[in-house]
Design a protein around this ligand. Structure first.
Ligand code: SF4
Ligand code: SF4
Length: 128
């Protein structure tokens, strides 16, 4: 699963994430983070045998978790590989392939929808 974790100012100095990784049988990736002493948020990808227990732990520690359920899909028949969508993607989920076509990595996508506004052929879409 991918999710945003929201940190309030009162918990930014706690070792919640390191405790999570140490104590649960999960794989955990930080895709993006913007956290200051005033709070912030982190985009994560998590999976593994103890994911449900890990989510409960995060919530018990005061982290608000918002799962991302959206997925991005590119219609290969409509795409003309112009690259207009690439520069708008905030997580670099859209990249040029070796053959200069445009690749979309659904695993990195956070479902923001920015790419859909730029596409001249409406080839790229974000769905639930
Ligand atoms: S929806 Fe957002 S994150 Fe996903 S590929 Fe498009 S621009 Fe990138
Ligand atoms: S903007 Fe549309 S046509 Fe251009 S590369 Fe992206 S998906 Fe393909």
């Amino acid at each position: 699963m991918k999710a945003w974790l929201n940190f309030s100012p009162s918990i930014v100095n706690k070792t919640i994430i390191s405790d999570l990784i140490k104590n649960f049988d999960i794989h955990f990736n930080i895709l993006r983070a913007d956290i200051t002493p005033k709070g912030g948020k982190m985009l994560i990808e998590m999976g593994g045998n103890q994911s449900e227990e890990a989510i409960k732990f995060l919530e018990k520690e005061g982290i608000q978790l918002t799962p991302i359920k959206k997925v991005v899909k590119k219609d290969e028949d409509k795409c003309i590989d112009c690259g207009a969508c690439m520069s708008l993607c905030p997580v670099k989920a859209i990249c040029p392939a070796d053959d200069w076509t445009v690749d979309v990595d659904d695993k990195l996508c956070i479902g923001c929808g920015f790419c859909t506004f730029s596409c001249p052929t409406r080839a790229i879409k974000v769905t639930e």
